[in-house]
Each structure stands twice: as C-alpha cells, then as structure tokens.
Design a protein around this ligand. Structure first.
Ligand code: ATP
Length: 239
C-alpha cells in the first residue's frame, strides 16, 4: 500500500480522436501542494475532472488513500474526502455566508455542521462576514467563500482549478498564504492548477508540467524550473 493520499495511474481521457489526456501519472503526499502547469489546452482541467469523477476515464485508475475510486461518481469521491473548487466562483449570491457554508457542511456531516462551518469561516478569515449575503462580499472574499465550500467536512485532498483567476496581486498573495497554512493546520493535500507562476513556484512542494495531454516534467519546483524542455515548451524567457 502506498503512502500517497492521491494517485493517478496511466490516466487517459479521449474525446473521439482527441487525446485530451493520455498516460498521466500523478501522486500527492499528505500535506503536499502539487502545482499543475502547462499551456492552454494542455489537459490540466481534464485531469482534475478525471480525478473527481466528472469525466469517465478512457483508461487508467485513480486511488484515494490507497482505495481504487475509479468506478465511483463525484459525490461518492467527495464523501471519501476528495473535494474541488471550480474556475468560476460557485457561491449563491442572495444567501448569507454562514448559511451556505453550514448547508454545504450539512451534506457532509449533518451532526456537526454549525461547528464545522464556523471553523472553516475562521480559518479563511470570513467569520466577520458570516451574516452578510455573499453578493455583498468583495471578489477576493467570494473566492475564499468558494474555498470554504470546498473545505467543509475536512477533505483529505483539495483540487483547485485556477483559484487566483481575477484576483489582484495582494488578494492572490493572501489566498496563497491561506492555502499554505491549510496544508499544515488541516493536513489537507492540494492539487493546484494555476497560471500565476509566482504563486505556483512560491507555494508548491512539487510541480507537474503538461503539454498536449501528457506530463513532460515533474519534480521539485527548482528542478522543474531548470528543466530545458519546460523552459522551451512553456516558461520561455520568463523562467
Ligand atoms: N468536451 C470536450 N470535447 C472535446 N475536446 C475537449 C473537451 N474538453 C476538452 N477538450 C480538449 O481537451 C484538451 C485539454 O483541455 P483542458 O481544458 O483540459 O486544458 P487545460 O490545460 O485545462 O487548458 P486551460 O489552461 O485553457 O484551462 C483541449 O485540446 C480541449 O480542446
């Protein structure tokens, strides 16, 4: 049995003749942040969809804490501790912040949803906005609320698809700090798809690079940044 909280083995998703993802190997250790980077259309979101069960695998397997979850749907995987947030914020504008976090928590853990919601709101510095309706929050706070909804029920693994999109430099910095703190305080492991290279290389313990649906490099951030193929394919002169 492996020590990985998450493992993707030889994962492929094909749309007819389009090999959106092919032969992908990916691991995540407890408390680790792994950044997934690559050009537009490289297959990052498709890999996230494959892991959450939103897309059916053409080939391969997904393991969560050693259990093969490949045949399970998204809700069953969420119940087992695999959570995600989306590229677009998924909050309900008219509902109060505490209410929607508690409702999300109730689906995971009906006995203790109020306490769970309060802990999540405090962790993400949203407790002072708990009685406001979501649409009155600033954009950065709304993204944190989106993260809060993904964090209820204390997931083991968090999959984040471009959580920094649309945020200011300061808001990105704050969210990155929250993410880093979460991994140690809540023992959450994070798979992070993100185009902001400063964030990815700043907070990731490991980075995987995609190109045309395949992994072209994987390792510690400094090692990946120095990889000639990565520099040529993606980072260019900015590396
Ligand atoms: N439903 C679909 N049907 C056919 N092709 C698809 C479908 N969804 C994605 N693709 C193709 O799969 C490939 C991978 O797309 P994907 O969205 O996973 O890339 P990405 O790396 O997440 O890109 P971005 O950074 O722009 O979000 C692309 O060539 C895309 O056109």
């Amino acid at each position: 049995m492996s020590d990985y909280v998450l493992q993707a083995r030889d994962v492929a998703i094909h749309y007819g003749g389009v090999k959106a993802v092919d032969g992908v190997e990916l691991t995540l250790e407890r408390g680790q942040i792994r950044g997934l980077i690559g050009p537009n259309g490289a297959g990052k979101s498709t890999v996230i969809d494959a892991i959450t069960g939103r897309r059916r695998l053409t080939r391969g397997q997904v393991f969560l804490r050693g259990e093969d979850v490949s045949a399970l749907g998204p809700v069953q995987r969420r119940q087992r501790g695999l959570s995600r947030s989306f590229q677009r914020t998924s909050v309900f504008g008219q509902m109060r912040v505490r209410r929607q976090v508690a409702l999300a928590s109730h689906c995971m853990n009906p006995k203790d949803s109020e306490a769970d919601a309060q802990a999540v709101l405090e962790e993400l510095n949203l407790a002072h906005r708990a009685d406001d309706v979501a649409e009155d929050l600033g954009y950065g706070e709304q993204r944190r609320l989106d993260l809060a909804l993904a964090l209820v029920g204390r997931p083991t693994v968090l999959l984040l698809d471009e959580p920094m999109a649309g945020l200011s430099v300061q808001e990105s910095h704050d969210l990155a700090r929250h993410l880093k703190a979460l991994t140690s305080r809540w023992n959450v492991s994070v798979l992070l798809v993100e185009h902001d290279m400063d964030v990815v290389f700043g907070i990731s313990d490991a980075v995987t690079v995609f190109e045309l649906g395949r992994v072209i490099a994987s390792g510690e951030p400094a090692e990946v940044r120095a990889n000639p193929r990565v520099r040529e394919a993606y980072l260019g002169s900015a590396a």
